[in-house]
Write a protein that binds this ligand. Structure first.
Ligand SMILES: Nc1nc2c(ncn2[C@@H]2O[C@H](COP(=O)(O)OP(=O)(O)OP(=O)(O)O)[C@@H](O)[C@H]2O)c(=O)[nH]1
Ligand SMILES: [Mg+2]
Length: 232
């Protein structure tokens, strides 16, 4: 199946080129969605797109969070003949070498394959106790309130069959941060799509800085019960 990896970037100049080249080994297309990073990530993306025929770039005028960046990238990818659309962080927390396993899960029948830290074989590396509790606790909170049988709801390493993204009402999604990941999976599960968790080991970034913030955290806390009440 043809696959497109969407890579949202904001100040990832230390990571982008290595990730794009590593993805090239897996026969996927790469779509970088850069929110006018002040560190020049967008220019690196343009240079790579000129050199490598599997790379495209979407430049967005301002930083709006991963939600809007992914939605713009999905719409762009859906205009091509790609069968699968992937999400992946551009900071090596997600290993490009795991991309074929996510694709294989969809080829084997999943509508959505989620890279999961909280199933046997998955895990996190180099994260302190607080980050581990926030992440696991966030997934547990969402799992209980939304009544899903999915263990990792906040992760951002995923593969969708294009039909999933064509069916969900992308216009209705306004989440910006982690809530976006929860919302997308919840809306897909409500539509009856088949979700499969693929174990991954998540490694804390070594280059660049995290964009996680208190606002992003609070958005997810508030959004989860709202999703439960409003999404049919
Ligand atoms: N286009 C765009 N990309 C973003 C934005 N915020 C974060 N990203 C990218 O989304 C990916 C995940 O962001 P991170 O900063 O790693 O956030 P995180 O993975 O939730 O947090 P950490 O685990 O602490 O790194 C990275 O590739 C970021 O560059 C944004 O506002 N716009
Ligand atoms: Mg990260």
């Amino acid at each position: 199946m043809k696959a497109t990896v969407c890579l949202p970037t904001y100040n990832e100049r230390e990571n982008l080129e290595r990730i794009v080249r590593a993805l090239g080994a897996h026969g996927v297309r790469v779509l970088v969605a850069d929110d006018s990073s002040p560190d020049g990530t967008g220019e690196i993306a343009d240079r790579l797109a000129q050199e490598l025929d599997y790379v495209d770039v979407l430049h967005r005028p301002q930083k709006e969070g991963i939600g809007p960046a992914y939605i713009a990238a999905f719409r762009h990818a859906l205009q091509t003949d790609t069968d699968l659309v992937l999400e992946m962080d551009c900071d090596f927390s997600h290993d490009p070498a795991d991309v074929p396993r996510l694709i294989a899960a969809c080829e084997a029948g999943a509508d959505i394959a989620l890279g999961s830290r909280y199933v046997p074989g998955g895990g996190t590396r180099n994260w302190g106790l607080v980050r581990r509790i926030v992440s696991w606790g966030g997934s547990f909170y969402a799992r209980v309130i939304l009544g899903l049988r999915i263990h990792d709801l906040t992760g951002g390493f995923k593969c969708f069959r294009r039909g999933v993204l064509e069916t969900i009402d992308l216009d209705a999604i306004h989440s910006k941060g982690y809530a976006f990941q929860i919302e997308l999976t919840y809306r897909a599960a409500r539509r009856g799509f088949r979700v499969v968790e693929v174990p991954i080991v998540f490694v804390d970034r070594t280059e660049g800085t995290s964009k996680m913030s208190r606002t992003i955290f609070l958005e997810a806390v508030v959004k989860v019960p709202l999703l439960r009440l409003t999404v049919r």
